[in-house]
Design a protein around this ligand. Structure first.
Ligand SMILES: Nc1ncnc2c1ncn2[C@@H]1O[C@H](COP(=O)(O)OP(=O)(O)OP(=O)(O)O)[C@@H](O)[C@H]1O
Ligand SMILES: [Mg+2]
Length: 454
């Protein structure tokens, strides 16, 4: 205990009664002995009171000092309470305030951790920029997508212009960028200014969403429309030309008329086929993600489809042979769609096979191993001994409208959609399609289909 305040307090309490007692002794109103004894008792009581008061004040001061610390140390021993009731109430109130503040601080800490976790888990790359436009923070997606190239991304002219505009107060900015690093991609960048800046110096947020896939899909869609229109326009232009000829130069030429009408019927049939194929394709694409519910007897189905091709095979003098392993189980699938698969593959084998050659259609249980899935499945193959397909075309055969030799395909009535339809049906059935071919030897298309839908 410091002595100064103690003496001062003792003096303040005892000064008046001691002075009064001494005055009584001096004026003879009380005996000097009794006055001195009373003055001594007063001084002692004052000192005791002052000691107690000084201790309580010291405790209160300590309580306030602890409260001023950022956080209470749980290990620190609790302070004693002052004895004076008023001071005791003050000390208890300080304790309550401190507990409330600590709870709030802990809550703020939890919220900030949650915010960090959310920013970190965002699927799109996010950068936090400081006033100097340097990266203060990059979330996980940004680190994974750009790594050490983040400064290069921020230096991209389009990006820099958007950041400049945002910092100049032009509001949120969005811009599409083609980033060459770390690999070419198309990105939509959005820049938001933080006004006022966040504690820690965060001044702006940049979100980079990868649009490469979307843009590729947009281009594919545009290509598809362009291709489909082109495929339709060719026979349509033919029809219009013949109509003009029939009305004009060939108006009175019966022989030419019947020849032209024959060609026109062919062109119209071709347009019809194309539209049918497009409709089939869009229909299959719509429910490609829903596995088929029914079951199909592939063996019986193949017998029907192959029988339907007999006349065509006869015309081309092609030996069409069907080999079915005995006792095959049904497969999980849509019989109409599987018939379409068989139809398109056998049609190709006849169209692009060798006149006078052979086409072999086989159905058997899938041999274990050999690259087929391990689950029970059937293997359906169509093999021809025709011209074959050069290796570089194989990966693209199932693209819509892709034809190795467009002239030849068109001459035999092809639209380039047959294998695209096969691919979509097989993938809806969770099956596998492979096309193997050797130039001048022939082509084998194989379809693996699961017996049970997984
Ligand atoms: N068995 C095959 N032998 C050689 N080339 C083939 C064979 N099957 C397909 N092709 C080639 O693959 C291309 C794409 O075949 P796809 O079946 O998708 O279209 P298409 O036969 O031209 O037209 P569509 O089937 O729509 O009438 C064909 O144009 C052809 O060039
Ligand atoms: Mg075809």
């Amino acid at each position: 205990m410091r002595l100064g305040p103690f003496i001062g307090a003792s003096f303040a309490v005892a000064a008046v009664p001691v002075a009064a007692l001494l005055a009584l002794a001096v004026t003879g109103s009380a005996t000097p002995g009794a006055s001195l004894a009373a003055a001594g008792a007063c001084a002692a009581a004052a000192m005791a009171l002052a000691a107690l008061f000084a201790r309580d004040l010291h405790l209160l001061a300590e309580t306030l000092r602890h409260a001023a610390l950022e956080r209470q140390h749980d290990s620190a021993p609790p302070l004693a309470l002052p004895r004076f009731p008023a001071l005791q109430r003050i000390a208890l109130a300080i304790g309550r305030l401190v507990r409330a503040r600590d709870a709030r601080t802990a809550e703020v800490g939890r919220l900030s951790t949650a915010n960090e976790a959310i920013v970190e888990a965002l699927p799109d790359p996010l950068l936090v920029l400081g006033e100097d436009r340097q990266t203060r923070r990059a979330n996980k997606a940004a680190r994974e997508a750009f790594g050490d190239d983040i400064p290069a991304v921020l230096r991209h002219p389009g990006m820099r212009a958007a950041i400049d505009r945002a910092f100049a107060g032009a509001g949120p900015q969005t811009t599409d960028l083609q980033l060459p690093v770390p690999m070419p991609r198309e990105v939509r960048a959005s820049v938001f200014l933080l006004d006022p800046p966040l504690p820690g110096g965060a001044r702006a947020i940049v979100v980079l969403s990868d649009r490469t896939r979307e843009r590729a899909l947009d281009r594919m869609r545009a290509d598809f429309v362009a291709n489909a229109s082109h495929e339709l326009r060719t026979p349509l232009a033919g029809l219009i030309g013949f109509i003009d000829t029939l009305r004009g130069p060939a108006a009175d030429d019966a022989a030419a008329q019947s020849r032209f009408l024959g060609i026109m019927a062919e062109q119209a049939a071709r347009m019809n086929r194309l539209i049918d194929d497009l409709l089939v394709l869009s229909h299959i694409e719509l429910d490609e993600h829903q596995p088929p519910l029914g079951r199909a007897d592939l063996a019986a189905l193949l017998q029907r489809v192959v029988a339907g091709f007999e006349p065509e095979a006869g015309r081309r003098r092609v030996t069409l042979r069907l080999t079915l392993a005995p006792g095959l189980p049904e497969v999980a699938g849509d019989a109409d769609q599987l018939a379409q698969v068989a139809q398109n593959l056998i049609d190709n084998a006849l169209k692009y096979g060798r006149d006078g050659g052979s086409v072999r259609v086989e159905l058997a249980e899938a041999p274990p191993g050999q690259g087929w899935p391990a689950r029970p499945g059937l293997l359906f193959t169509v093999a021809d001994d025709g011209l074959g397909i050069a290796r570089q075309h194989l990966p693209r055969l199932t693209e819509r409208f892709y034809r190795v030799d467009a002239g030849r395909s068109r001459a035999v009535g092809g639209t380039g959609l047959g294998l695209a339809i096969v691919k979509h049906i097989v993938s809806r059935h969770r099956g596998v399609l492979t096309i193997a071919s050797e130039e001048a030897k022939g082509t084998t298309c194989s379809v693996w289909l699961p017996v049970e839908q997984s």
